[in-house]
Ligand binder design. Structure first.
Ligand code: BYC
Length: 313
């Protein structure tokens, strides 16, 4: 088949909502875009373990500690599914991790902010996982089969994460004046970075038009951001917390909230590596990888021993 025929067959399949599978023909740019997005997503999951990991020893009760541990383990699992999905596109996991550790690859801007109080565990679950779900539910219908299938389980787990975060905020908001203040302070610090997680405005989004055409993305950055704001404002009101945006106002005509200006200079500064915690996160991630070398070596040795035993039987 000529290249034009291959391309039109491919687009036809995408338009018909058929999944593209690893062995199917795909345009090189489609493959590259997926590797970029899925690997950034995988990196975000495992870097996202760091701010929460800092709070395991300081969780206020055994129950909270168990829940937080389970959540952080889920994030590691999400990273594994996503790296596996990415490998089906013909890249090595080692290469992807090298790119993360050298600072070449991106991960979500949100994880470059510090988690300074227990209430931040609530705000991260409620807002960060809430934003993640809004962005990721449509990815269960993304055109690349292995990515779409990985997202189904990830979204179920993210939904539990969001509820546990909201429940922490609810408990604090119902607590003493100081506890309520802690919850409000965490909301004040995490609100704007969560809004930025959806990426630049559509007019500045480099990849959106092509990714929407290929049905990698199903909604634009601004559409998802607006949905997140509309969903979250009533949740804040319900527990008596105030969204830190003086321009936030219900727009009856649009049946949506109008909101204030996003500080895009701050966003790009964080994306370029100059946020409050970029250097620390990268340092901690590299250290965790190096300290985990013996686990990977042991797993390989065990797998070799096991297959030798099976082959000798
Ligand atoms: N942070 O053309 P655009 C989680 C970059 S995991 C950093 O709109 P695209 C969780 C973008 O990469 C959360 N960079 O891009 C985990 C591009 O630069 P490059 C992660 C960002 O790809 C643990 C440039 O800006 N979720 O929630 O069409 C615990 C132009 O942007 C960001 C995913 O990865 C950002 N926020 O759309 C708890 C979901 N935004 O690559 C929670 C999958 C944009 O050309 N990813 N950039 O150098 C996506 O849905 C899309 O990739 C995005 C961006 C909507 C994020």
């Amino acid at each position: 088949m000529f290249r034009e025929d291959l391309e039109s067959h491919f687009q036809h399949k995408v338009d018909a909502e058929e999944k593209i599978e690893p062995k199917d023909w795909m345009p090189e740019e489609y493959r590259k875009t997926l590797i970029r997005q899925i690997s950034q997503h995988a990196h975000s999951e495992i870097v996202g373990m760091l701010p929460e990991g800092n709070w395991i020893t300081r969780a206020p009760s055994l129950k909270r500690k168990c829940i937080l541990l389970a959540k952080i383990q889920d994030e590691a699992g999400h990273g594994l599914y996503l790296y596996s999905a990415c490998e089906t596109l013909g890249v090595e996991r080692e290469q992807l991790l090298n790119d993360l550790h050298s600072g070449k690859a991106k991960y979500s801007s949100i994880f470059n902010y510090p988690a300074i109080s227990w209430a931040d565990m609530g705000a991260i679950g409620w807002l960060v996982d809430g934003a993640a779900i809004m962005n990721q539910i449509p990815l269960c219908r993304t055109s690349y089969g292995p990515y779409a299938r990985a997202m189904v389980r990830i979204c179920k787990e993210e939904s539990f994460h969001q509820r546990q975060g909201y429940e922490i905020m609810l408990t604090l908001a119902k607590g003493t004046a100081i506890q309520k203040q802690m919850a409000q302070d965490a909301l004040n610090r995490w609100w704007w970075p969560s809004i930025m997680m959806f990426g630049p405005n559509d007019s500045d989004s480099l990849h959106s038009a092509q990714s929407l055409k290929w049905k990698i993305k199903r909604f634009s950055n601004d559409e998802l951001r607006q949905r997140f704001i509309d969903m979250t404002v009533p949740q804040a009101e319900l527990i008596g917390l105030k969204i830190p945006d003086p321009d936030l106002k219900w727009n009856e005509e649009r049946k949506s909230y109008d909101f204030g200006k996003i500080n895009w200079d701050e966003f790009w500064n964080v994306v370029k590596g100059n946020g409050p915690c970029n250097k620390q996160r990268l340092h901690d991630r590299v250290e965790a990888h190096e300290k985990g070398a013996w686990v990977r070596e042991a797993a390989v040795a065990y797998a070799e021993k096991r297959s030798a035993r099976i082959n000798s039987n």
